[in-house]
Design a binder for this molecule. Structure first.
Ligand code: UGA
Length: 437
């Protein structure tokens, strides 16, 4: 099929490359010329495992190209909308300016029978508004809402074989024809048995924010338990293992620690609360305010723990921070808990040195006042405490005896509960973590 993908960030670049790998003819449209140039050379502008290979293959095979000109989308019959919907500055609501602009660009090329497929995360009600605008310009074009559930770091696999497809549309002959076209796009995954749910537009938009809110709630739940564990001397990792054996609860997303960050969970729960307020049902989501507060408290607690471990003050202390990405296997630093802790400690007078295997360049640009080191060895040299804040495999596998030779004082603060306390203590380290004795 001939496909266009508007917005070539994390979501769109991966979507475009994956669709091309399925044999479709794809053009990705973005307004950032450097991004388009990199993608056109088959280079991924961000770190995402498996993406570079797919991009290079698609571009070399001629099935995948990128452009800044929306006019290049005119041969496509299915147009995917993959722009980001970030949090508005100083408000909880989502900024829909990119989304609105992209719809106008698509309307300049749309033809009768074309299908516009929304994948961006939006406040419920947005799709209905966009559909009215689309049909006012081209009554024979259709809008489907098809939320994306990919995780950074697993984006290719999540796009090619997702847990489920959700198609939201207005039921009727035109909507059903459009859904059939989307079936053709996803034919391979559908024939592999990926479940598909067909819903109305409102449900499809809500599914996405409900899923992210549930995940955020799970993380904050276990982090609230970590606060109880800290007050009682209990161990939150054992607690999570024990409750996780119950199938109804499940162990996934119960890793206690520094909490969630990134470009999705934090802003999605806030935009969801803002939308609920507009709809007059804010009480339904007041619990998300608590989910957000628990999450933010973990960052404060982490700084307090560093102070405690350093004997009551971090002023003038050399502290090493391992990790600046919001999670491993990503170079994304949006709302990164690690950088937020590093910056707080520096503001409070510590001499902080941050390292990360992938996200240093992004971190340096966004946080020019922080100090960065390109290797673990450099970061920990002469440090009085090491804080592990992003659980990259290379950090989890660090050897406590080797590391001890480099630091001034062997104090490890494990912000992700990813190290074995006994191993580190046996090697002579003071080991502390959130929610563990
Ligand atoms: C999240 C969702 O997981 C995806 O399903 C969704 O499609 C995506 O947002 C989106 O809306 O686009 P992502 O932001 O890539 O994906 O990151 P997650 O893997 O969900 O991790 C989010 C944060 O939670 C990270 O900072 C991670 O360190 C933290 N986390 C995760 C925990 O603190 N504990 C856990 O047990 C799991």
């Amino acid at each position: 099929m001939k496909i266009s993908v508007f917005g070539c960030g994390y979501l769109g670049a991966v979507h475009a490359a994956c669709m091309a790998s399925l044999g479709h003819e794809v053009v990705g449209i973005d307004i950032v010329p450097e991004q388009v140039r990199a993608l056109s050379r088959g280079e991924a502008p961000f770190f995402e495992p498996d993406l570079p290979g797919l991009l290079a293959e698609g571009v070399a095979g001629g099935r995948l190209r990128f452009s800044v000109d929306p006019g290049d989308a005119s041969p496509a019959t299915v147009h995917f909308v993959c722009v980001n919907t970030p949090q508005k500055k100083g408000e909880y609501g989502a900024d829909l300016s990119h989304l609105n602009a992209v719809i106008e660009s698509i309307l300049a090329v749309v033809k009768p029978g074309d299908v516009i497929v929304g994948k961006s995360t939006v406040p419920v009600g947005t799709a209905e508004r966009l559909l009215a605008r689309i049909t006012a310009v081209e009554p024979e074009a259709e809008l489907l809402w098809n939320p994306e559930f990919l995780r950074e770091g697993h984006a290719v696999q999540d796009t090619l074989s997702p847990d489920r497809f959700v198609y939201g549309y207005v039921d009727g002959p035109q909507g059903r024809d459009a859904a059939a076209k989307l079936d053709e796009v996803y034919a391979v995954a559908l024939s592999d048995g990926v479940p598909k749910l067909e819903t109305d537009l409102a449900t499809a938009q809500l599914v996405k924010v409900a899923a992210n809110s549930f995940l955020a709630t799970k993380i904050s739940f276990v982090n609230a338990m970590a606060e109880l564990c800290e007050a009682t001397g209990a161990d939150v990792t054992q607690l999570a293992d024990a409750i996780g054996y119950d199938d109804r609860i499940g162990r996934k997303f119960l890793n206690a620690g520094l909490g969630f960050g990134g470009g999705c969970l934090p802003k999605d729960i806030r935009a969801f609360m803002a939308r609920a307020g507009e709809l007059g049902v804010d009480q339904a989501l007041t619990f998300l305010r608590e989910v957000d507060s628990i999450n933010m408290r973990r960052r404060v607690r982490m700084v307090d723990l560093a102070r405690e471990v350093c004997g009551g003050s971090i002023v003038g202390r050399r502290l090493a921070v391992l990790g600046s990405a919001f999670k491993p296997d990503s170079d994304d630093i949006r709302d990164s808990p690690a950088l937020s802790v590093a910056a707080q400690m520096q503001l409070q007078g510590a001499r902080v040195l941050v390292t990360d295997p992938r996200a240093i360049d992004n971190a340096r640009k966004k946080w020019p006042d922080l100090e960065f080191a390109s290797t673990v060895e450099e970061a920990v040299a002469e440090s009085e405490a090491v804080l592990l804040l992003t659980e990259w495999p290379e950090y989890v596998e660090l050897d406590p005896a080797d590391l001890k030779r480099l630091v001034a004082v062997p104090r490890m603060i494990d912000g992700r509960n990813c190290l074995e306390p006994a191993r580190w203590r046996a090697a002579g380290w003071t080991y502390r973590a959130l929610g563990r004795p």
